[in-house]
Design a protein around this ligand. Structure first.
Ligand code: GDP
Ligand code: ZN
Length: 302
């Protein structure tokens, strides 16, 4: 029998596929593995076609074309290997705390660039508003809504914004990212107890990705939809992004650059730079401009 389904977990060489017949443990058809393998053939989030065997397990026959993906390049002896962190996310949910820890907007800007590059809609969640109040929280994130990024204000402690967050996640595959300690697990736990993420777990991750755990599981939400924890997103960096294309991933710069005097303007010190002019006049947020410059220079965010 043939079935179609969604790969929701990878474990010890087995792919767990959610189908109309339930969750089926599958293996890859051998012929997939022939030839030079440049990256993950099947990843969590992939839609697949399987054939069901008599013993209740399945074989993956076909992987549907990926619409989008978070990919990490892992150097190996035979060249770069493309590790697929998550296939076909509908949105990326970027969680930051208003305080404790203080919001790291450089990191947020980097995540937004990754989202723009992959053409995946981003939702910003500003959690722990109980610590500073809604007004101040809105001040911190005020530059984002005009750029088209929705900011949702939440507090696990006050149970504020939780229903709205649930509605945003419902029916979609969401990649969840953000620094540790901002309340990602707490938020998911109030949305749905026992979803699978542990509150306050020790992460012990390195930014270079060696010990970084990657998404290997989609957690199903009651009523439909999935959430994937993405601790590996930081290590994605922007490996195949040329400095010249970076301004295209800042919505507020995208339209300005055509007005720069030089068409190879780096927006740093050239005369007649429309970007710098816009920063000076307050039409472009200065902090966002600094984020742009730092990414362009390849500096780590802080
Ligand atoms: P994660 O590392 O992003 O998954 O963060 P956790 O969910 O483990 O939360 C880190 C700490 O922040 C825990 O001590 C939580 O109790 C606390 N926390 C989470 N959400 C809130 C909130 O809305 N307000 C306050 N004051 N503390 C919170
Ligand atoms: Zn310029």
């Amino acid at each position: 029998m043939k079935l179609s389904g969604l790969v929701i977990r990878l474990q010890a060489g087995f792919y767990f596929v959610e189908t109309a017949e339930g969750l089926i443990s599958c293996q890859l058809r051998g012929r997939f593995k022939k030839g030079v393998i440049e990256g993950d053939l099947v990843a969590v989030g992939d839609r697949v076609e399987i054939s069901l065997l008599a013993d209740g397990t399945g074989v993956i026959e076909k992987v549907c074309e990926r619409i989008s993906a978070f990919i990490r390049k892992a150097p190996s002896a035979r060249g770069d290997y493309k590790q697929v962190l998550l296939a076909n996310p509908d949105q990326i949910v970027l969680v930051f705390a208003c305080a404790e820890p203080n919001p790291r907007l450089r990191m947020l800007d980097r995540f937004l660039v990754i989202a723009e590059k992959e053409e995946i809609p981003a939702l910003i969640v500003a959690n722990k508003i109980d610590l500073i109040g809604l007004d101040r929280a809105q001040q911190i994130f005020l530059m984002y809504p005009p750029l088209g990024y929705e900011v949702l204000f939440t507090s696990v402690k006050m149970q504020y914004g939780i229903e709205e967050l649930y509605r945003k996640l419902h029916g979609k595959i969401s990649a969840l990212a953000g620094p540790s300690g901002v309340g990602k697990s707490s938020l998911l736990n109030v949305i749905q107890p026992h979803l699978g993420l542990d509150v306050g777990r020790v992460s012990g991750l390195t930014s270079k990705g060696r010990h970084t755990t990657v998404v290997r599981e989609l957690f199903p939400l009651r009523g439909g939809g999935y959430v994937a924890d993405m601790p590996g997103l930081r290590s994605l960096s922007l490996w195949d992004t040329e400095p010249e294309e970076l301004d295209g991933y800042f919505p507020e710069l995208r339209t300005l650059v055509a007005d720069c005097r030089f068409n190879d303007c780096t927006h740093q010190m050239e005369p007649g730079c429309a970007v710098r002019q816009a920063v000076k006049e307050g039409r472009v947020n200065e902090e966002r401009y600094v984020s742009y410059l730092r990414m362009r220079l390849g500096e780590e965010d802080d």
